[in-house]
Design a protein around this ligand. Structure first.
Ligand SMILES: *[C@@H]1O[C@H](CO)[C@@H](O)[C@H](O)[C@H]1NC(C)=O
Ligand SMILES: *[C@@H]1O[C@H](CO)[C@@H](O)[C@H](O)[C@H]1NC(C)=O
Ligand SMILES: *[C@@H]1O[C@H](CO)[C@@H](O)[C@H](O)[C@H]1NC(C)=O
Ligand SMILES: *[C@@H]1O[C@H](CO)[C@@H](O)[C@H](O)[C@H]1NC(C)=O
Ligand SMILES: *[C@@H]1O[C@H](CO)[C@@H](O)[C@H](O)[C@H]1NC(C)=O
Ligand SMILES: *[C@@H]1O[C@H](CO)[C@@H](O)[C@H](O)[C@H]1NC(C)=O
Ligand SMILES: *[C@@H]1O[C@H](CO)[C@@H](O)[C@H](O)[C@H]1NC(C)=O
Length: 412
C-alpha cells in the first residue's frame, strides 16, 4: 500500500484543495486587466513644476504621497509603513479558509487599503524549479509563483504612481539572488527597485575594513523616490551582502532592518527589544548604526502539546487596535511604547496578521502624526462572509494529528 506523506494528510485535514493539485499545477499568470485611468503623478508633474518656480502655488502640494500630502517631504525612514505579515497566505475561499492563512485579503487589496509593507515566504519548488510562495511547506499552502505575485504588485504600482511600497521576502530555501532577480525581471517590476547609495556603489569593496555592517544609509524623502520612480524597496532575509551587481535592489534585510521577537502568544509579551539580527546588539545600538526598527505584532495560540501555533483570531480586533490602551496587546500601545524606548525613533515598519482588523493602518497614521483628514485615498476592503469561518473543532483535529505525527508546525 502506498504510504501517504504525513504532510499531505495534514493538508487534507486543513482543507486545502491546493495540496491535491499542487503536484502538477502552476498558477496561471494574472489575467490581463484593463489599464486603470492614471491618477495625477508627482513624477510627471514635477518636471513641469520645477520650471514655474512657484512653490506656494505648486500643483504638487495636494498630491498625496503614501496616502497623505503631509508625507511627501518625510524621509522614508521617518514614516511608519504598516505591513501585512505573510501577505500572500490567505484564509479565504481560495484556500478553504486554511488555518495556514494569515490574511483575509490579498496583497494588492492590502495596498489599496493603505498597507505599504508586504511580507511573504519564498520557497523553491522542486517540481517546477521556480520560486514559489509557500507557507512552511508547499504541500501545506502554495500561493503560486513569486513572479505572478510580483506582477500583480507591479500592476498596482503602475496604477498608483505616488506610492512607495516595501517588500520583505524570507528566503526559506536559501535560493541565490539571481533566482529572485529572474522573478523580478519576468514580472517587469525591477525598474521600480530602489538602490540605496551605499549599496549602489561597489567601491566599498576596495576597503573591506569599512564595508558592510557599519553602513549608515540616509534615506530619501518619499517625493524624491516617487519623482525618480524608484518606488519599491525590497528586503530579503537573507541574500548575500553586498547585493549582486545584477540586481542591486535586492537588499539584505539585516543590514538595514532589525526586528522585535515574533513568536508572541500573550498580550503582555509584545516587546521592543532587538531579536534579530543578534549581531547588531541591542535596539539602541542598531538604531545608532542607522538601522530601522520593525515591530512584529502578531499573536499566536498554541494548539495543545503538538507544537502547532496558529494566529490568534479570537483576539485579533484587540491585537490590531490602534488604541493606546495598555495591557491588552493593542498595536497602537505597542508601537508607541517602542518609540518611547527607542529614544523617540518611530518604528519604521510593523507587521500584523489580518491587516483589515483594527484597522491596523490607523496605527501607522498615528505614528506618522497624521489626523483623520490628513489621510486620503485608502479603500477599506469590503467584508467577506467567510471571515471567522474556521471552526475550533477543526483546530482540535489538526492539533491531534500534529501531535500524533510528531510534526512541530509553527505557522509563523
Ligand atoms: C520626522 O518628521 C517630523 C515631522 O516632519 C519632524 O518633526 C522630525 O524632525 C523628523 N524626524 C527626523 C529624525 O528627521
Ligand atoms: C487580488 O485580487 C484581485 C481581485 O481578484 C486581483 O485583481 C489581484 O491581482 C489580486 N492580487 C494579488 C497580489 O494576487
Ligand atoms: C582603492 O581606492 C583608491 C582610491 O579611490 C584607489 O587609488 C586604489 O587604486 C583602489 N585600490 C584597489 C585595490 O582597487
Ligand atoms: C579605507 O578605510 C580606511 C580606514 O577606515 C580609511 O582611512 C580610508 O579613507 C578608506 N579609504 C577609502 C577609499 O574609502
Ligand atoms: C556582518 O554581519 C554578519 C552577521 O550579520 C557577519 O557574519 C559578518 O561577518 C559581518 N561583516 C563584517 C564586515 O563585519
Ligand atoms: C519562541 O519563544 C520561546 C519562548 O517563549 C523561545 O524559547 C523560542 O526560542 C522562541 N522561538 C523563536 C524562533 O524565536
Ligand atoms: C503599561 O503597563 C505596564 C505595567 O502596568 C507599565 O510598566 C508600563 O509603563 C505601561 N506602559 C505605558 C506606555 O503606559
Amino acid at each position: 500500500m502506498a504510504r501517504i506523506p504525513p504532510i499531505q494528510i495534514l493538508a487534507v485535514l486543513l482543507g486545502l484543495p491546493s495540496l491535491i493539485l499542487a503536484q502538477t499545477s502552476s498558477s496561471p499568470s494574472p489575467p490581463p486587466q484593463p489599464q486603470p485611468s492614471q491618477p495625477p503623478s508627482r513624477a510627471t508633474a514635477s518636471t513641469t513644476s520645477t520650471q514655474t518656480q512657484s512653490p506656494t502655488a505648486s500643483p504638487l502640494q495636494n498630491i498625496p504621497c503614501n496616502n497623505s500630502p503631509l508625507l511627501c517631504t518625510r524621509a522614508y525612514d521617518n514614516v511608519t509603513h504598516m505591513g501585512a505579515h505573510d501577505s500572500s497566505f490567505l484564509r479565504d475561499a481560495s484556500t478553504s479558509n486554511s488555518l495556514a492563512g494569515n490574511q483575509y485579503f490579498n496583497a494588492t487589496v492590502a495596498l489599496s487599503a493603505g498597507i505599504r509593507l508586504l511580507s511573504a515566504q519564498v520557497h523553491s519548488s522542486s517540481s517546477s524549479g521556480t520560486l514559489q510562495l509557500c507557507h512552511s511547506y508547499c504541500e501545506l499552502l502554495d500561493a503560486g509563483p513569486l513572479a505572478d505575485w510580483l506582477s500583480a504588485i507591479r500592476y498596482w504600482l503602475d496604477g498608483n504612481p505616488n506610492e512607495v511600497v516595501t517588500l520583505l521576502l524570507v528566503n526559506s530555501d536559501n535560493q541565490p539572488a539571481s533566482a529572485f532577480g529572474s522573478a523580478f525581471d519576468s514580472a517587469g517590476i525591477s525598474h521600480y527597485g530602489y538602490v540605496p547609495p551605499s549599496s549602489s556603489s561597489s567601491s566599498s569593496s576596495n576597503n573591506s575594513s569599512s564595508s558592510s555592517n557599519t553602513t549608515t544609509t540616509t534615506w530619501p524623502t518619499l517625493e524624491s523616490m516617487i519623482s525618480s520612480n524608484k518606488r519599491l524597496v525590497t528586503f530579503i532575509a537573507s541574500v548575500p551582502d553586498p547585493p549582486s551587481p545584477d540586481h542591486p535592489f535586492l537588499l539584505p534585510e539585516f543590514r538595514y532592518v532589525f526586528e522585535t521577537s515574533y513568536n508572541i502568544t500573550s498580550a503582555s509579551h509584545f516587546g521592543c527589544d532587538l531579536d534579530r539580527p543578534s549581531s547588531a546588539g541591542s535596539a539602541s545600538e542598531a538604531l545608532g548604526k542607522g538601522m530601522m526598527g520593525l515591530v512584529n505584532h502578531f499573536r499566536y495560540i498554541d494548539l495543545g502539546s503538538g507544537g502547532i501555533q496558529i494566529p490568534d483570531v479570537g483576539n485579533i480586533e484587540i491585537t490590531n487596535s490602534p488604541s493606546l490602551v495598555n495591557g491588552s496587546g493593542n498595536l497602537g500601545e505597542h508601537l508607541t511604547r517602542c518609540q518611547g524606548g527607542w529614544g523617540g525613533r518611530k518604528p519604521v515598519f510593523a507587521l500584523v496578521d489580518f491587516f483589515d482588523k483594527g484597522p491596523s493602518v490607523e496605527a501607522a497614521g498615528l505614528m506618522s502624526g497624521l489626523k483623520g483628514d490628513d489621510i486620503v485615498g485608502r479603500t477599506a476592503p469590503t467584508a467577506k462572509s467567510t471571515s471567522g469561518a474556521v471552526k475550533e473543532g477543526g483546530s482540535g483535529v489538526v492539533a491531534a494529528l500534529v501531535g500524533f505525527l510528531g510534526i512541530a508546525l509553527v505557522l509563523l
